[in-house]
Ligand binder design. Structure first.
Ligand SMILES: *Cc1c(COP(=O)(O)O)cnc(C)c1O
Length: 365
């Protein structure tokens, strides 16, 4: 019997193995992110934990997603040596994807709205990525699809975030959090709070909690009036946002395919000014700046804790610090920018400080 000639894709297969080995090496070099603990006088018996996703090498929780998307493309046989990689992203995802593309020696194109902050464009370029700027933000997906039709590999964060991560374990964010809580007084949290951009993080956490048969509930903290707020309430995947938001990374205008309604137990709406006030408060509490969506999460934590306290419950509340505040020096951390956007921070700041001191939440304004 003749031995079949080596198939032309044998070289590609060797390259895929090498690429996966590079991703595994990167994961082995990276430490897990810290779980920071906070206690407040107003909340005796309730402990807050914050998972510091800003400490990834590319500065946000999108580091996990980008690693997963590359692995998913490689293991599905969709990524070949020398192939250009493309994705539509206006922010953190493009930066993390550019970083991994460089690690694998692949050209990377980020399709972005032309209005994207110059700092982010520069960050992608500094990592060797190329930015294809599109005038109409609604056209970014179509443009990414065009690149894919011309031979690029579309990482497709919005289409694949929910399935690219191994929700049963593999040190996904949920497994990591619960492992880090193991020696704490209340190792099974009452709530885990996260935001939703692609919906990938909430899908992973929600599934993992069920898989581990835990009573922990999952809350999604969202800018008021976002697509997910309306969609989750009405269970309508066609729901649209009733208001835009200034908080980056979350508050999508529509319901993305990766957002799973059924694993989310509560959605808390947070005003942009409250999110920003909370990001400023986090800086005071932790000595480090985090982005606006970390503030959104923190506001929801205080609200949930106030409800727990009112019911006489104790327990732990966990949330994420999603990205570094240094990306927002010219936006949410700039008083001039806040004034130009009509944001009144002070009343929210007082409401948050009062909640931390008294355990009672009273919305500002
Ligand atoms: C992407 C992102 C989120 C939301 O995470 P998803 O897993 O995409 O839902 C929150 N905050 C920031 C800063 C992000 O970039």
């Amino acid at each position: 019997m003749d031995t079949p000639a080596p198939r032309p894709d044998a070289v590609a297969r060797t390259w895929v193995h090498d690429a996966i080995a590079l991703l595994e090496q990167e994961a082995a070099r990276s430490a897990d992110t810290h779980l920071l603990r906070l206690d407040f006088p107003g909340f005796p018996g309730i402990t807050f934990y914050l998972k510091d996703e800003a400490s990834h090498p590319t500065g946000s929780l999108k580091h996990r997603l980008a690693r997963s998307l590359f692995l998913y493309a490689l293991c599905n046989g969709r990524l070949r040596p020398g192939q250009t990689v493309v994705d539509a992203s206006s922010g953190s995802t493009a930066i993390s994807e550019a970083w991994f593309a460089r690690l694998l020696g692949l050209p990377f194109v980020a399709v972005m709205p032309a209005c994207t902050a110059p700092q982010k464009i520069q960050a992608v370029q500094a990592l060797g990525g190329c930015c294809d700027l599109v005038e109409d933000p609604l056209q970014v997906h179509a443009r990414a699809a065009e690149h894919a039709a011309n031979g690029a590999c579309h990482l497709d964060q919005f289409g694949l975030a929910e399935r690219a991560t191994d929700w049963r374990g593999n040190n996904n964010i949920a497994e990591s959090i619960l492992g880090q809580l193991r020696r704490e007084p209340q190792p099974v949290p009452a709530w885990i709070v996260c935001g939703a951009g692609t919906g990938g993080t909430s899908a992973t956490i929600g599934r993992y909690l069920r898989y581990r048969r835990l009573e922990t509930r999952l809350c999604v903290a969202e800018p008021a009036g976002s697509g997910y707020v309306h969609g989750w309430r009405s269970r309508d995947r066609g729901a649209l946002a009733s208001r835009p938001t200034l908080i980056e990374g979350i508050g999508r205008p529509k319901v993305e395919p990766g957002f799973l309604f059924d694993v989310v137990d509560a959605v808390v709406e947070v005003e942009d000014a409250a999110s920003i006030a909370a990001a400023l408060l986090l800086e005071d509490l932790l000595g480090t700046r985090y982005g606006g969506s970390s503030g959104t999460n923190f506001v929801a934590c205080l609200q949930l804790a106030a409800d727990m306290r009112a019911r006489g419950e104790t327990g732990s509340v966990v949330t994420l610090l999603c990205d570094r505040g240094s990306r927002y020096r010219q936006t949410i951390f700039d008083p001039g920018w806040r004034a130009a956007h009509g944001l009144e921070i002070e009343p929210w700041r007082q409401a948050l400080e009062q909640a931390a001191a008294s355990g009672v939440w009273a919305a500002a304004g």
